[in-house]
Design a protein around this ligand. Structure first.
Ligand code: NAD
Length: 575
């Protein structure tokens, strides 16, 4: 965007709008509504409001705190007020970078949360509708940002990021009343007469830290949970997807209540500063290594966490599997999902040795069918996110124990952050490729003697986020479901459990703790408060001392469920 056009600061201007008047207009698309009526239609046009606006503001009586106050009151409500919001978001960001803004931000968000507004269904629905509006009005910008960060094809980005967020949001709007309604539970004899209910209350002020691979979805989907549950939240998107992070920082204040839903951009330093604060809930998506840092920080304040982590997701094919359909689904789950940079992409295949070479040949054909003879030219393949992940992946491939086993692909182009869909066959289990999460377009295939060997290989490793089983045998399905501990499991497909809002999405052990999606997102940000309602009736004397033999006999009978004995005790017929 173009810079602010500078007239002489303050020239001929008075009053609180002088800063904006000075910042007259370079970018015709950007319009800031003002209270002045002697400007064009009560509006002042500004260019990108940057440090120049801030210095102008310093010269005028309209200082940044005034702008900030208006911003918080959502006086700037249109997308076109982006310039001012940019400037304020930048100021927040500079504060956070300087390490002294986070405390202030917390005080502000906490104070706003205390107003109790988030507890009302109206506030929650308004915010959720704001997200739906943002998706509709900003689809192009979101797709552009995802392309800039990950070379993510527009169709893939629409399906995996925008449409998933929209359906999450719509489900939350539709179900919110039901989710918020206290769940009645039956009373017990010991508390008779009474009624009881589980009441969901918002956990409070929450921190959401998201990852780079689905940088929009993984930021906004937890936000839907936090809003539905009635929480305030600060979102820290991933700095590894900078275009999406900047876009979220720009859009969130325009569509949502920025007194209680804030975005802080940044990397390790800013996240560390955020983690030092006392939150009521931290929701983290990313690696297990950083998950440990997050959990240690949370432990200091006894803050509950959800950790959405990753790991090596296995896929097993037995000899009864439908190879053609199964492998198409593997290919879609792997290369059609951010080119393998997805937490639930198949990480490696274990295949019954009797069909191993048939499987390799069939998968080569499918890759060629989906992405052409030269997949680099395909418009349907995302790129590796950055140079450091590119070199991490090429190092995995360049291990001589791996490079000698490449049976398909292997081509690369550093300038384009491109690595072809690559199959490696029968690599040693102790290579880094088979020990670390691959998170990229390389797919190892290993042969096994039977399902038990597959189970043993999977269970020797950390518990995966997802496991996939391809078989037509009922007993194999049952054996795999019973024997493999993983966050989720799909039989005869990949990834699709992620899109069923009736299923909790989350890991176990090294792949994470807690879950979300659908009602589980609401629950992730709620405290389930146990409420027992009593009145003054039924005040049984046996409850109070002195505990005579008769009272003791009565109480024991009640506690043991011996109600006949209890009645006999009461009338003195039981000692
Ligand atoms: P990342 O580098 O984007 O980091 C995630 C977040 O942690 C970022 O916001 C980052 O700023 C922050 N962070 C990084 N280092 C930090 C530090 N030292 N201290 C504090 N904060 C820090 O993402 P990543 O970690 O590379 O993500 C990839 C991993 O995430 C993979 O293991 C993948 O499987 C997993 N993942 C899981 C899910 C899921 O839903 N379970 C989704 C996507 C990715």
């Amino acid at each position: 965007m173009s810079a602010v056009m500078t007239t002489a600061p303050g020239a001929g201007l008075r009053g609180p709008l002088s800063a904006l008047r000075i910042a007259t207009l370079a970018s015709p698309g950007i319009v800031v509504p003002t209270r002045s009526s002697n400007q064009s239609g009560g509006r002042v046009r500004v260019g990108t409001v940057t440090a120049e606006l801030q210095s102008c503001a310093a010269l005028s009586r309209w200082d940044n705190s005034e702008l900030r106050r208006l911003w918080k009151r959502r006086a700037f409500v249109t997308r076109s007020s982006v310039g001012v919001v940019d400037a304020l978001a930048m100021e927040d960001h500079q504060d956070v970078e300087a390490g002294h803004g986070v405390g202030k931000l917390m005080v502000e968000v906490r104070a706003a949360y205390k107003s109790g507004r988030t507890r009302t269904p109206a506030w929650r629905v308004e915010q959720l509708n704001g997200i739906v509006r943002m998706l509709g009005e900003c689809e192009g910008e979101i797709l552009e940002a995802l392309f800039a960060d990950l070379g993510k094809p527009a169709h893939e980005a629409y399906v995996a990021e925008i449409s998933l967020v929209r359906s999450s949001c719509k489900l939350a709007i539709k179900e919110l009343k039901k989710w918020m309604t206290p769940v009645k539970v039956s009373g017990s004899v010991t508390s008779f007469p009474s009624s009881a209910a589980v009441v969901s209350e918002p956990l409070g002020v929450t921190l959401v830290i998201s990852a780079w691979n689905f940088p929009f979805l993984l930021s906004v989907d937890p936000m839907i949970g936090a809003i539905s549950a009635g929480c305030a939240m600060v979102l820290k998107p991933s700095e590894v997807a900078p275009a999406t992070s900047a876009l979220l920082a720009k859009l969130v204040p325009l569509y949502l209540d920025s007194s209680m839903i804030r975005v802080v951009e940044g990397g390790v330093e800013e996240t560390t500063a955020l983690l030092e604060q006392k939150w009521d809930k931290i929701f983290y998506t990313g690696s297990a290594k950083v998950g440990r840092i997050v959990m240690a920080a949370a432990a200091k304040h006894l803050t509950p966490v959800t950790l959405e982590l990753g790991g090596k997701c296995p896929a097993y094919f037995d000899r009864s599997a439908d190879l053609k359909v199964g492998l198409r689904r593997i290919a879609q789950g792997k290369w059609g999902n951010n080119n393998g940079q997805a937490c639930i992409s198949p990480d490696y295949i274990l295949v019954d040795e009797s069909i191993a070479s048939e499987l390799v040949d069939a998968l080569k054909d499918i890759i060629e069918k989906f992405y052409g003879k030269d997949p680099k030219m395909s418009k349907d393949l995302a790129r590796v996110v950055n140079a450091s992940h590119y070199s991490r992946l090429t190092n995995l491939l360049d291990d001589p124990r791996v490079s000698s086993k490449i049976v398909h692909g292997g081509e690369r182009d550093e300038s384009n952050l491109y690595i072809a869909p690559t199959l490696v066959y029968d690599v040693p289990l102790e290579t880094p490729l088979m020990l670390e999460e691959i998170f990229g377009p390389i797919l190892p295939i290993m042969k096994v003697k039977n399902e038990q060997e597959a189970i043993d290989i999977i269970n020797e490793r950390a518990k995966p986020l997802a496991a996939y089983v391809f078989t037509s045998k009922k007993e194999v399905k049952e054996l795999m479901v019973a024997s493999i501990s993983s966050g989720g499991m799909v039989v005869n497909d990949t990834v699709l459990h992620f899109v069923n809002p009736g299923l909790p999405f989350g890991g176990v052990g090294e792949s994470g703790m807690g879950s979300y999606h659908g009602k589980f997102s609401f629950d992730a940000f709620s405290h389930k408060k146990a409420v027992l309602y009593r009145n003054s009736l039924g005040d049984v004397p046996a409850r109070y001392p002195p505990f005579t033999k008769k009272k003791q006999s009565f109480l024991r009978c009640v506690l043991d469920g011996n109600y006949v004995g209890a009645i006999l005790s009461l009338v003195g017929l039981k000692k």
